[in-house]
Design a protein around this ligand. Structure first.
Ligand SMILES: C[S@@+](CC[C@H](N)C(=O)[O-])C[C@H]1O[C@@H](n2cnc3c(N)ncnc32)[C@H](O)[C@@H]1O
Length: 213
């Protein structure tokens, strides 16, 4: 599996141990923290966009989490405050288009965009949009044991998401790294749907149902 823009790996935390994962992360400190958490993964410190566009087809399945700052509702508020025109980073849309076209197993994850997405997401959860192969109709929602707010610390995020805490002093902005993480139970459900679609078609299920009825 290719895990591009790997961050601290919230999305991959519960992935089955038999999946062999290559992670790509540009920030060396974040990559080092990822490597500490998932020592079995191959970790590359390089540009994930270039890597996806060059190598996606070498993998059985691809997950990409392009950075969200230019797409989020926060981006539009910051731009308005500064009196500038917001400019969504087009690499998200290049990856969505490319991975939809290539016909393999994939997930592109991002936040809810402040603008109407040019390609409608296949799955929408409380925090995320997903463009993906084999989208499920729904997934079990994540419920935090406590309310997450502006004052929630990195350690509290870790507890709410079910992630191990960050190594002290490892990444520059611990709260941001945790907040950016996909909740592991969501990362597992989305990845299983996209990467391990059940090999059962309606055709093969119908006779069974007919037999029961
Ligand atoms: C939304 S976070 C990833 C969250 C991750 N999927 C998780 O669940 O924990 C995006 C990550 O992409 C990294 N990043 C930003 N630009 C990048 C690039 N061009 N190539 C690789 N990584 C990049 C950031 O440092 C950040 O860690």
């Amino acid at each position: 599996m290719l895990n591009a823009y790997a961050g601290i790996g919230g999305n991959r935390h519960l992935w089955p141990a038999e999946w062999s994962v290559t992670a790509v992360e540009l920030d060396p400190r974040v990559a080092a923290e990822y490597a500490r958490r998932y020592p079995q993964d191959r970790v590359l410190v390089e540009d994930a966009h270039e890597f996806v566009m060059k190598h996606a087809e070498d993998y059985d399945a691809v997950w990409t989490s392009p950075p969200c700052p230019t797409h989020s509702r926060l981006a539009i508020n910051v731009a308005k405050r500064k009196g500038i025109e917001p400019e969504p980073d087009p690499r998200l849309w290049v990856e969505v288009e490319y991975l939809r076209e290539y016909g393999g197993r994939y997930v592109v994850e991002n936040v809810h965009t402040y603008y109407t997405p040019p390609v409608l997401p296949d799955l929408v959860t409380e925090r995320h949009y997903y463009w993906m192969s084999n989208p499920p109709a729904m997934i079990a929602p994540f419920h935090s044991a406590f309310r997450l707010r502006a004052s929630t610390t990195a350690a509290q995020y870790a507890e709410a998401y079910g992630l191990p805490p960050l190594t002290p002093g490892s990444v520059p902005d611990q709260r941001m790294a945790m907040r950016n993480a996909v909740v592991p139970v969501e990362g597992l459900q989305v990845a299983l749907a996209a990467f391990e679609p059940r090999q059962v078609s309606l055709d093969s299920e119908l006779p069974t149902l007919a037999g029961v009825v």
